[in-house]
Write a protein that binds this ligand. Structure first.
Ligand SMILES: [Zn+2]
Length: 114
Protein backbone atom coordinates (compact mmCIF):
# COMPACT_ATOMS: atom_id res chain seq x y z
CA UNK A 1 0.00 0.00 0.00
CA UNK A 2 1.22 3.47 -0.88
CA UNK A 3 2.74 5.68 1.79
CA UNK A 4 0.64 8.85 2.20
CA UNK A 5 2.46 12.04 1.14
CA UNK A 6 0.69 14.14 3.74
CA UNK A 7 -1.25 13.54 6.93
CA UNK A 8 -3.80 15.87 8.46
CA UNK A 9 -3.38 16.32 12.21
CA UNK A 10 -6.05 18.68 13.44
CA UNK A 11 -5.61 21.83 11.36
CA UNK A 12 -2.01 20.94 10.52
CA UNK A 13 -0.77 19.20 7.38
CA UNK A 14 2.31 17.06 7.98
CA UNK A 15 4.47 15.79 5.12
CA UNK A 16 5.75 12.23 5.04
CA UNK A 17 9.05 11.55 3.28
CA UNK A 18 11.30 8.59 2.75
CA UNK A 19 14.88 9.66 3.33
CA UNK A 20 18.24 8.28 4.37
CA UNK A 21 18.35 8.62 8.17
CA UNK A 22 21.82 7.19 8.71
CA UNK A 23 22.97 10.63 9.87
CA UNK A 24 20.17 10.74 12.46
CA UNK A 25 21.69 8.22 14.91
CA UNK A 26 20.53 5.31 12.80
CA UNK A 27 16.89 5.91 13.62
CA UNK A 28 13.97 4.36 11.75
CA UNK A 29 11.91 7.51 11.70
CA UNK A 30 12.21 11.12 12.75
CA UNK A 31 9.62 13.78 13.51
CA UNK A 32 10.70 17.33 12.66
CA UNK A 33 8.11 19.24 14.67
CA UNK A 34 9.01 22.74 13.54
CA UNK A 35 8.74 21.65 9.87
CA UNK A 36 5.68 19.40 10.36
CA UNK A 37 7.65 16.70 8.62
CA UNK A 38 8.05 12.98 9.28
CA UNK A 39 10.89 11.06 7.65
CA UNK A 40 11.09 7.28 7.40
CA UNK A 41 14.14 5.20 6.60
CA UNK A 42 13.94 3.67 3.10
CA UNK A 43 15.46 0.36 4.19
CA UNK A 44 12.64 -0.49 6.63
CA UNK A 45 10.58 -3.58 5.85
CA UNK A 46 6.93 -2.80 5.08
CA UNK A 47 5.58 -3.82 8.50
CA UNK A 48 8.23 -1.74 10.29
CA UNK A 49 7.32 1.21 8.09
CA UNK A 50 3.74 1.03 9.33
CA UNK A 51 4.72 0.83 12.98
CA UNK A 52 7.37 3.53 12.64
CA UNK A 53 4.96 5.85 10.80
CA UNK A 54 2.33 5.41 13.51
CA UNK A 55 5.03 5.97 16.18
CA UNK A 56 6.05 9.26 14.54
CA UNK A 57 2.43 10.32 14.05
CA UNK A 58 1.90 9.87 17.78
CA UNK A 59 4.83 12.24 18.36
CA UNK A 60 3.14 14.70 15.98
CA UNK A 61 -0.17 14.33 17.84
CA UNK A 62 1.58 14.92 21.16
CA UNK A 63 3.13 18.05 19.65
CA UNK A 64 -0.27 19.18 18.36
CA UNK A 65 -1.80 18.67 21.81
CA UNK A 66 1.10 20.43 23.50
CA UNK A 67 1.96 17.37 25.58
CA UNK A 68 5.28 16.61 23.89
CA UNK A 69 8.61 17.17 25.54
CA UNK A 70 10.18 15.82 28.69
CA UNK A 71 7.31 16.06 31.15
CA UNK A 72 6.19 12.63 32.35
CA UNK A 73 2.46 11.94 32.38
CA UNK A 74 0.39 9.55 34.38
CA UNK A 75 -0.67 6.59 32.17
CA UNK A 76 -4.40 7.30 32.47
CA UNK A 77 -3.91 10.99 31.74
CA UNK A 78 -1.68 10.32 28.72
CA UNK A 79 -4.08 7.80 27.18
CA UNK A 80 -7.05 10.08 27.79
CA UNK A 81 -5.32 13.03 26.14
CA UNK A 82 -4.11 11.04 23.14
CA UNK A 83 -7.15 8.85 22.41
CA UNK A 84 -9.55 11.39 20.95
CA UNK A 85 -6.95 12.90 18.63
CA UNK A 86 -5.72 9.48 17.50
CA UNK A 87 -9.29 8.58 16.49
CA UNK A 88 -9.64 11.95 14.73
CA UNK A 89 -6.39 11.43 12.79
CA UNK A 90 -7.43 7.94 11.70
CA UNK A 91 -10.89 9.25 10.83
CA UNK A 92 -9.59 12.13 8.69
CA UNK A 93 -6.82 10.29 6.80
CA UNK A 94 -8.13 7.64 4.44
CA UNK A 95 -4.73 7.08 2.78
CA UNK A 96 -3.19 6.52 6.19
CA UNK A 97 -5.85 3.93 7.06
CA UNK A 98 -5.23 2.17 3.76
CA UNK A 99 -1.46 2.22 4.32
CA UNK A 100 -1.83 0.80 7.83
CA UNK A 101 -4.61 -1.69 7.15
CA UNK A 102 -4.96 -2.20 3.43
CA UNK A 103 -8.39 -1.75 1.94
CA UNK A 104 -10.02 -2.14 5.33
CA UNK A 105 -11.59 -5.44 4.34
CA UNK A 106 -11.59 -7.96 7.09
CA UNK A 107 -8.34 -9.86 7.15
CA UNK A 108 -8.33 -13.61 7.26
CA UNK A 109 -6.44 -15.23 10.10
CA UNK A 110 -4.70 -17.41 7.59
CA UNK A 111 -1.84 -15.96 5.59
CA UNK A 112 -3.06 -13.75 2.80
CA UNK A 113 -0.45 -13.19 0.15
CA UNK A 114 -0.67 -9.43 0.55
ZN1 LIG B 1 9.91 8.16 19.31
Amino acid sequence: MKLPETIKIGFQIWRIEIDDLSREDDRRGVTFKEKQLIKLDPTLPEESKKITLWHEIKHAIAEFLGIDGDRKYDEEEWITRMSGMEITVLDENKELREFLWGSGEEKNLEQNGG
